[in-house]
Structures are given as structure tokens and as C-alpha cells.
Design a protein around this ligand. Structure first.
Ligand code: B16
Ligand code: MG
Length: 218
């Protein structure tokens, strides 16, 4: 096995903004009288904002909602979510994550972020993570969301690394699917752990050091 680059999902892998997504969607759902629970929430991992809204509206029993109204609802959720994000600091990144990223860089691996989020830049800035990455591919740069491989293929391009030399680390089943569709190696972590389609399963974030030990870096 050989990889020269690692592409990290953001929400649920590098940081726990998944909790903030949950709280923001829950607030919106409660206001609209929609039943929102962890089961629905799991389906939102790695999926775009508008697609997440469509999933939540599957349980809505009110009058039809126009596209314009949907956009307003998505904006409302985003402003609640951004309030949570604005309170983030470097302390929201674990020592384990920082230490592992540092060691991976020292090994000569290229590192990138591959996130569906349009807030990725803001999160990386608030947490002081930006400096660890050679490239960032996010929701502002794509037309198709995970499980489409677009976000990861852009990351690979920015790293000037062929897809088959990239390892994708993901907490979403949709993200594992996206990595595979892009011809990349995949490691399932967190909520995706146990995903049978992934090449690897990570028990811990620092498990990446053991995994990449076997890689021939440049
Ligand atoms: P935003 P990831 C994804 O981030 C989240 O997992 C998903 O829940 C969210 O809907 C999506 O970003 C869009 O986020 O509303 O901030 O643009 O896991 O791909 O890093
Ligand atoms: Mg994620």
C-alpha cells in the first residue's frame, strides 16, 4: 500500500462541529414542529446544507414550501450554526489531532482538507488549523456534494497528487463512498467506523500514524 497524501474530512473528523450542526437543525425543526432526532441527524453527515434541509423536510406535514422559503430556512439554520462556530477556539482541536497532523507532515505526507462545508475556512481559522494543510477543498468550490467525489478530486488536484496516492479519512458513509468513487484509499473514523466498504477502520485519530507507517512517502 502506498500513499503520498492524506485528505481529511473536517466536520466529525478534525473537529466536532457535528454537534453544532445537530443543535442548529434541531432548533429549526422544533420551530417548524418537525420531529428531529439522532437517526435523521446521522443522514446529514457530509451532505450539503440544502440536501440536509430536504432530508429534514421529509417529516414535515405542513403546506408545500417554495424554493425561496427553503433558501431562507437554510440561511436561518446557518446563522444559528455560525453563532456556535464563532465561539470556537484552538482548544476545540484535540492534542491528539494536532500531534498526529504534525507527525504526518514530518513524514513527508501532503495534507489536505476535503469538506462539504461552506464554513470550512471559518472553522479552520477559528481553530488555528489552517497552517497544517497544503490545500483546502470545500463546499464553496464544488457543484456536487458527497457521495460525489468532486471535493476530494479537487483536493488531489490542488496537491498535484494522483487520486490513487491519496488516503481519505471520513466520518460519513457518504464520504467513504465519495473517496472510493474518486479512486482513493479510504479510512473510516468516528461515526463511519465499521463501514465495510472502507479500506481501513481507525480506532483512534492517532491510529493514522500506524497506518501510514507502511506507506512509502515521497
Ligand atoms: P455547511 P464535512 C459537512 O461537513 C457536514 O458533515 C454536513 O453535516 C453539512 O451539512 C455540510 O458540511 C455543509 O455544511 O452548512 O457549513 O456548508 O463533514 O464534509 O466536513
Ligand atoms: Mg464529516
Amino acid at each position: 500500500m502506498d500513499a503520498q497524501a492524506v485528505i481529511f474530512d473536517l466536520d466529525g473528523v478534525l473537529v466536532h462541529t457535528d454537534r453544532f450542526h445537530y443543535l442548529a437543525w434541531k432548533e429549526l425543526s422544533d420551530e417548524m414542529g418537525i420531529r428531529f432526532d439522532e437517526e435523521v441527524n446521522e443522514r446529514l453527515r457530509g451532505v450539503s446544507r440544502m440536501q440536509s434541509l430536504e432530508i429534514i423536510l421529509e417529516r414535515y406535514e405542513g403546506a408545500p414550501i417554495s424554493m425561496e422559503e427553503k433558501e431562507k430556512l437554510a440561511e436561518k439554520k446557518n446563522s444559528i450554526y455560525r453563532q456556535y462556530l464563532s465561539g470556537m477556539t484552538p482548544k476545540d482541536v484535540s492534542d491528539e489531532v494536532r500531534d498526529t497532523l504534525k507527525k504526518l507532515r514530518e513524514r513527508g505526507l501532503l495534507l489536505a482538507v476535503g469538506s462539504s462545508s461552506k464554513n470550512a475556512g471559518f472553522i479552520l481559522e477559528k481553530t488555528g488549523l489552517s497552517g497544517y494543510f497544503d490545500a483546502v477543498s470545500d463546499g464553496t468550490m464544488i457543484t456536487r456534494t458527497k457521495p460525489d467525489p468532486e471535493v476530494f478530486l479537487i483536493a488531489a488536484q490542488l496537491l498535484h497528487t494522483p487520486p490513487e496516492k491519496c488516503l481519505v479519512v471520513e466520518d460519513a458513509d457518504a464520504g467513504i463512498e465519495a473517496g472510493r468513487a474518486g479512486g482513493m484509499l479510504t479510512a473510516a473514523y468516528g461515526a463511519a467506523k465499521g463501514n465495510k466498504n472502507a479500506d481501513y477502520n481507525l480506532e483512534s485519530f492517532s491510529g493514522l500514524l500506524i497506518l501510514t507507517d507502511a506507506f512509502n512517502c515521497r
